[in-house]
Structure formats: structure tokens, C-alpha cells
Design a protein around this ligand. Sequence first.
Ligand code: 13P
Ligand code: SF4
Length: 306
Amino acid sequence: IMKIREIQEEILRLKKERDFCILAHSYQTSDILEIADFTGDSYALSVKAKDTPQKNVLMCGVRFMAETVKILSPEKNVYLSNPTAGCPMAEQMDKEMIRAVKMQYPDYTVVAYINTTAELKTICDVCVTSSSAVKIVSQLSNDKILFIPDCNLGSFVQQQLPEKKIKLLQGGCPIHAALTAKDVRRAKEAHPYALMLVHPECRPAVCEQADYIGSTSGIVNYAMQSDAKEFIIGTEISIAETLQNACPEKRFYPLAKKLICENMKSTTLMDIYHILKDGEGTEIQLDSKTIAKARRCIDRMIALGG
Ligand code: 13P
Ligand code: SF4
């Protein structure tokens, strides 16, 4: 039986031998974060995707993240860590549906959360991530914005930028949007001295009670720099776990036990080991037309979000 440490060492060796770069989203488990070349939130991973020196990139996360790497580095072989790992939010809206909505709002700029398919990105104007959305939307010359698919992130942007007229559709992250005001009440009763930090994919009823609203890396940075000793964390459970490991003198409580993204958690260390050792795994295939069209809105995001 191989121990976790041995598998990790084998992965590090194979990664060099096979010329792989491993990118991991911060929602991955700690055994995976430890062997990655780079970890971070969706924005940081997109920026990194452009300039990895290796010929092969393995994305430990969900499909839209691997597609983003392929769009930005089409000459590379890009693999998704587990073929079943998709973001349910990215599947909520397709090209035909948004094409129809665009006809109703022809003078609106279409802002797509990066949690969308490559296919849908081909008809959008600019992408955003949770850490860059306010900054990017504030720089758009058009005040009329069609924001897809996450209406909670869209509401958060609207609140920060009241001068913009943001049209929202009914979409969102099933994990974050499942949090309710009742969950907040319960968590605050259990931990009355804790600061509450939440992701903007949470509903307004949750966000309005938070001490801080930000992306996964925003939450991590805020908690690390804060003098407070206790925190309620309103995002996927791995962020509370990562923070707890990094800051043993502080306490981190997940806002609710249900904060588990099964898709983000479907990748295992063994999946990574077999991709590197046996060449298993799903290679992302996108045709050159889709890549060229989808790339415009990601390039624009990186230009405006840096
Ligand atoms: P960020 O990495 O931008 O915080 O997004 C969180 C998320 O849900 C990714 O799927
Ligand atoms: Fe998608 Fe939500 Fe999971 Fe992120 S946490 S991958 S937005 S379902």
C-alpha cells in the first residue's frame, strides 16, 4: 500500500519527467494543493494559464477552468483532473438561450462569469471572476450590463456600482446559494464573537450580514491579516480547512456543513497519479474557432482585471 506521502513524491517526480505543470483551485483538498505548482482562485489560475513553461498542463478543478487554460494556451496539452468534474452553474445557460436574451437587450454589454462553457464565452463581451468583477464592470464604458449566469454575484456588483444598470438572470452556484439567513443565525449563535466572511456567490440575505465579502483568495487574505481570533467562513469547506491549517492560533468555522462542492472534491491524488503515470485523463479538445472567439473575452478580463 502506498502512503499519501509516497504518492505525492511519485507525482512530483513524474511531473518533472513528463513536463507537466499542475494548477489547483483552492477548493481542492490539501494533499492536492501540496503537490501543485500553483494554487489560487479562478482569476489567479487564469492569469497563470497563459505562461506556464511546461508543455502539458493538468488542471485540478472543474471543466471550465481547464477550458480556460486551453483557450489561453492552445498549443499545450491540457488535462482535466477528473472527467466528471464540472461546475453545475456553468451548465445552466447555453448559447441559444443567451442569444435570445441578447436580442431583447441589444444595447447591453454581456458580462460572463468565468464559470461558463467555452461555447457560451464565444458570444459574450468580457469575462469576470469573483475577485475581479467589480473592478472590471466599473471600467466598462457602457452602463447597461447583462450579467450571466450568477445573479448573486451580479447583485453584489450592482450594490458596489449603483451607477450601472445590471440586468440579471436566474442562475447561480447551488452550493453557495443554498445558504440561508437561518444558517447565518445558527452560526452566529454558536460563535457570537466570530467575524463572518462570505463569497459573493451567496445570496444577498447572507451577504448583507457579513463582515467581509470576497473571492476565495480574498477571504483567505482577509482572515490571515485580521487581528480577530474567530471566523465563520461562508464558502466551500476547504477554505476553512486550509485557513485552520495555516493559522492554528485562530479558529475557523464553516458557515454550514452543507458547504461541499462535490465536483471540486471529485479529484483525488490517485487521479493525478494515473494521469501522469499511465497517460489517463481527459484532454481538453476545443476547435480553433471556439478558442479564438472565446479568447477575446478572457483576454479582455485579464487586461482590465490586473
Ligand atoms: P473564486 O475562485 O473566484 O473565488 O470562485 C469560487 C468558485 O466557486 C469557483 O468555482
Ligand atoms: Fe461551481 Fe459552485 Fe462548485 Fe464553484 S463551488 S465549482 S461555482 S458549483
